[in-house]
Write a protein that binds this ligand. Structure first.
Ligand SMILES: *Cc1c(COP(=O)(O)O)cnc(C)c1O
Length: 507
């Protein structure tokens, strides 16, 4: 007789499921008492785990218990109210519960036929989002375009790169591969996924032109883009893709889309707009100025998994011409042929992405959009922006500091200012080291105009004005101790505001 696997019964699943939901609820409510970053060394977590998988199954209570002994001590807590690093990757109750439903039904939505509700809800959710962000009509499924969920903005960039090559080659890319010297353009502040996409697409780093930026706004300089496009044309290379950014990763700079978009039309180049983080802000009409010109884009994406309370992974990606995307990526083997596909009346999302398989991620958008409503989501974005603006005003009023880039969203880039550049970088790096070593908060850094700069990004669901005010007190206190220990003489009174980059706020 063949032994049956010890599947969890429905009753066991119900009991343990409640236990796990309780665990997550306790984890969230206990976050403020934890350090934001773990106090661990490489190998600490691995050392807790046995060298081999168990030969016989274990009790579920044992497994849940080890979440607290093995997992949480080694976590960076991204949902912590004092998490200000990178960009937020926030989640929410409705998002997590939708993911549970998604996992439970275990649908594989590669074709319309393998999960009709999975496909159709995704189309409608992307239309809902396009409507909420006031994206151009050409991206809606009612016209020639449409939206799809990618795992991440990096995948959106890759898909845009592939279809841009398809277009630039007059379709030959599909059969012949990269047959000429195609080129790709973004600013020096463009995301690293653009270079990765160039490698994956087979055109290599050598195809990527990093266009310089305006020294105060850090936005792409259209005149430099034009020179680069003309130089490549003159050398018989084929410009294929421009990636413009709304809200760069380093400082949230906004590239001038209207000029870039017109230039892309003139040169016949695909324009992809990467709004991974800042795109969510377009749900608020007063923040939509950053999207002016987006109607000139061939594709656009943003990450609900960053700032729109939808758990990783969820990147919303739209194209203005879905036929071109499908022609570029579709391969139809015999075993996937079916009547619905043949009828041409349905979307098969496998043709809109790199993998074949896909989960029912539209569920978490459906849950999140219905639970919060547009008003609730706007409140989340607005409170983050308002607190960031207030934080910036505190930084500006302390003459030991300077703001180094515009801060129209909820990221503020700032630094201690010292006349000696090398001493200044060392002092800022030491300030960041001490702040993060305290475990009370977590910030990361970037370089702006070659100088070491601290970034404070707001957006975790539990973060309030009081948390940020407390963070600012800690930054001020730690600055005084750095000043004392390094004897760098951050002398507030002797300094003029000559370094101040003027009015860099949202207004
Ligand atoms: C975060 C970010 C990305 C990458 O996001 P993933 O979804 O993690 O791939 C791409 N572009 C910009 C501008 C970003 O800020």
């Amino acid at each position: 007789m063949v032994e049956q696997a010890p599947h969890m019964t429905a009753d066991e699943f119900r009991r343990y499921g409640h236990q796990v939901v309780d665990w997550v609820a306790d984890y969230w409510s206990g976050l403020p008492e934890r350090r934001v970053t773990p106090d661990v060394s490489p190998g600490d977590t691995a050392a807790f785990l046995p060298a081999r998988a168990p030969e016989t199954g274990e009790g579920f209570d044992e497994i849940v218990k080890d979440l607290d002994t093995v997992v949480t001590p080694g976590l960076t807590h991204w949902q912590h109210p004092n998490f200000y690093a990178y960009f937020p990757a926030n989640t929410s109750g409705p998002s997590v519960l939708a993911d549970l439903v998604c996992a439970g039904i275990g649908v594989q939505g590669m074709l319309w036929a393998t999960g009709p509700a999975c496909t159709e809800m995704e189309t409608v959710m992307l239309d809902w989002l396009a409507d909420l962000l006031d994206l151009p009509a050409r991206f809606r499924s009612s016209g020639q375009g449409g939206g799809v969920i990618q795992d991440s903005a990096s995948s959106a960039t890759l898909v845009a790169t592939l279809v841009a090559l398809y277009r630039a080659s007059g379709g030959r890319w599909r059969t012949d591969g990269v047959d000429r010297h195609y080129t790709i353009y973004t600013s020096t502040q463009g995301h690293s996924s653009i270079e990765k996409a160039a490698r994956l697409a087979g055109v290599g780093d050598g195809a990527v032109r990093l266009i310089d930026v305006d020294s105060s706004t850090l936005a792409l300089r259209p005149a430099s883009l034009r020179s680069a496009l003309e130089a490549d044309r003159a050398a018989d290379r084929v410009p294929a893709l421009v990636v413009a950014t709304i809200g760069t990763t380093s400082t949230t700079a906004v590239d001038p889309l209207p000029e870039i978009g017109e230039m892309c039309r003139e040169f016949g180049v695909w324009l992809h707009v990467d709004a991974a983080y800042a795109g969510a802000s377009a749900i608020c009409p007063e923040l939509r100025w950053s999207h002016t010109g987006v109607e000139l884009a061939d594709s656009y994406c943003f990450d609900p998994h960053k700032w729109l309370l939808t758990g990783f992974d969820c990147d919303a990606f739209w194209v203005a011409d879905r036929a071109e995307l499908i022609q570029a990526l579709s391969v139809l083997p015999e075993y996937l042929r079916n009547a619905a596909t043949e009828s041409g009346a349905v979307i098969d999302y496998r043709d809109w992405q790199v993998p074949l398989g896909r989960r029912f991620r539209a569920l978490k958008l459906w849950f999140v959009l219905r639970w919060y409503g547009a008003e609730g989501l706007r409140a989340h974005i607005r409170s983050g922006v308002a607190v960031a603006q207030e934080f910036a005003s505190w930084v500006r009023s302390d003459r030991r500091f300077e703001i180094v880039a515009p801060y129209p969203f909820s990221l503020v880039c700032f630094r201690l200012r010292l006349d000696d550049d090398a001493a200044s970088d060392a002092a800022n790096a030491e300030l960041l080291r001490r702040l993060n070593a305290s475990g009370a908060l977590y910030l990361t850094h970037t370089k702006v105009r070659d100088r070491f700069v601290l970034r404070l990004a707001i957006g975790a669901p539990q973060t309030t004005r009081e948390h940020v005010a407390e963070a600012w007190r800690l930054i001020q206190q730690t600055t005084s101790s750095v000043d004392h220990d390094l004897e760098v003489m951050i002398d507030a009174d002797s300094r003029r505001s000559a370094h101040d980059h003027g009015d860099l706020g949202a207004g």
